[in-house]
Design a protein around this ligand. Structure first.
Ligand code: AMP
Ligand code: GLY
Length: 412
């Protein structure tokens, strides 16, 4: 089997490692990949979806798995299917459940999915007018893709007005901010549930917890994710029943009614409040860094599971009875401005964890930083404390200039 994995984050590394157990796979291409995937397969410096399609045809790729949202929203799955390539992911239309927060909010409202109350605006004066009568905090979201930075919790009217001005007039996220979703602030804890879809059913993984804020104690700006844990210690069976009944099942119904059934991953970003489990967002892909803790727990062979989904079969997902912890080591300044090109050393001294590179590439035989989230340290344990101890001990010898990470991942 020959595989193509689209993506370059720690998520692509986690997939690479999981897939490398499968002896049927003779070749893995990663587009564009990173320092981990380069050692497991071959990195392809290409992100254009039509060029990737031509590449997959030429290289007789049997299966393509798409990691990030941008190519899905651009329609990579539709393009691959046109030439009979086998690909795991949603159509362009279904991916707009992630690509347009306005579209997904309307979908949630239409199908009675439990979500924060919200109003959608494409007129700046109307949005500004609406803000005058609101209570704060309030959540303001750019509708389009903004690399995880398009959501602002506005603490007061001034902050809210500044935000809609930035999004709609200054267009700091380009066209992504022309439309905004203004919604009620929900207080609680977050959980990420990623499910496999076989076109007509969902098969959820264990719930994971992502640490979204840059600083200890959930302070500072939102990031792509500073660490993760699975299973989530906070998400109980009762929360799960609420999720299945009020979010997962009506989502499936809605997708069927809209003719949006797809074979791929769906990620439910949840907020669990005193009033139950609410859906904040859909991502139509695996999460990063959730994948880094889910893949080592998944007992099933990943290719088998994906093949079964592609054939519309039922899955029986099994997860190890262990706790998985992932610590993300970042470039100084992330998620704002940071520098790259620093050499990473000490990885050879790591003892009890797995290192998954993310924003890091080989330059000759050195590995240097290329992104904000540089590498992931992942470990399993019988308890959270055991897994946590492993990742933090293994973080000590790893060095690059201005590196930082949170101290409180998996501290319960
Ligand atoms: P989203 O991309 O919609 O998931 O939003 C990104 C992050 O913003 C979420 O993971 C939450 O931390 C936060 N957030 C989004 N919507 C809300 C909300 N209605 N109430 C509180 N926090 C929110
Ligand atoms: N960790 C959240 C995401 O992948 O969007």
């Amino acid at each position: 089997m020959r595989l193509l994995i689209v993506g370059n984050g720690g998520r692509a590394s986690a997939l690479a490692l999981k897939l490398s157990e499968d002896t049927r796979i003779t070749k893995m291409f990663f587009a564009p990949g990173n320092a981990t995937t380069q050692k497991i397969g071959e990195n392809i410096n290409e992100t254009d979806i039509l060029k990737l399609r031509d590449f997959a045809v030429k290289q007789n790729v049997d299966l393509t798995i798409v990691g990030p949202e941008a190519p899905l929203v651009e329609g990579i799955v539709d393009e691959f299917k046109k030439v009979d390539l086998r690909v795991f992911g949603p159509s362009k239309k279904a991916a707009s459940l992630e690509g347009s927060k306005a579209f997904s909010k309307k979908f949630m409202q239409t199908y009675g999915i439990k979500t924060a109350k919200a109003v959608i605006f494409d007129s700046y004066p109307e949005a500004k007018e609406y803000l005058q009568s609101q209570k704060f905090p309030l959540v303001i979201k750019a509708s389009g893709l903004a690399g995880g930075k398009g959501v602002v919790i506005a603490e007061d009217l001034e902050h809210a007005e500044g935000t809609i001005h930035d999004f709609m007039i200054k267009r700091i996220f380009g066209d992504a901010g022309i439309q905004v979703v203004i919604e009620e602030f929900l207080q609680g804890f977050e959980a990420s549930i990623i499910a496999f879809s076989n076109g007509h059913q969902f098969f959820p993984c264990v719930a994971a917890k992502d640490y979204k804020k840059a600083g200890n104690g959930d302070t500072g700006p939102n990031t792509g994710g500073m660490g993760s844990v699975a299973p989530s210690p906070e998400f109980t069976d009762a929360h799960n029943r609420d999720f299945v009944q009020n979010i997962m099942n009506p989502t499936l119904e809605g997708l069927k009614k809209e003719g949006l059934g797809f074979k791929g991953f769906i990620f439910f970003g949840l907020m669990v409040t005193a009033n139950g489990t609410y859906l904040l967002e859909y991502n139509m892909r695996l999460g990063d860094p959730e994948t880094q803790v889910l893949m080592p727990l998944l007992e099933n062979n990943l290719v088998d599971v994906i093949e079964d989904c592609l054939q519309g079969k039922e899955l029986n997902l099994q997860f190890k009875n262990k706790k998985a912890v992932c610590l993300v080591v970042c470039s100084g300044g992330y998620p704002k401005n940071y520098e790259t090109g620093y050499e990473i050393t000490g990885v050879d001294k790591v003892k009890n964890s797995t290192i998954l590179y993310a924003g890091a590439d080989y330059r000759g035989n050195k590995v240097v930083t290329t992104g904000g989230r540089v590498l992931n340290i992942v470990a399993l344990g019988d308890t959270y404390e055991e897994a946590r101890k492993k990742v933090y001990e293994d973080a000590v010898p790893i060095h690059f200039d201005y590196a930082f990470y949170r101290d409180d991942i998996a501290k319960f």
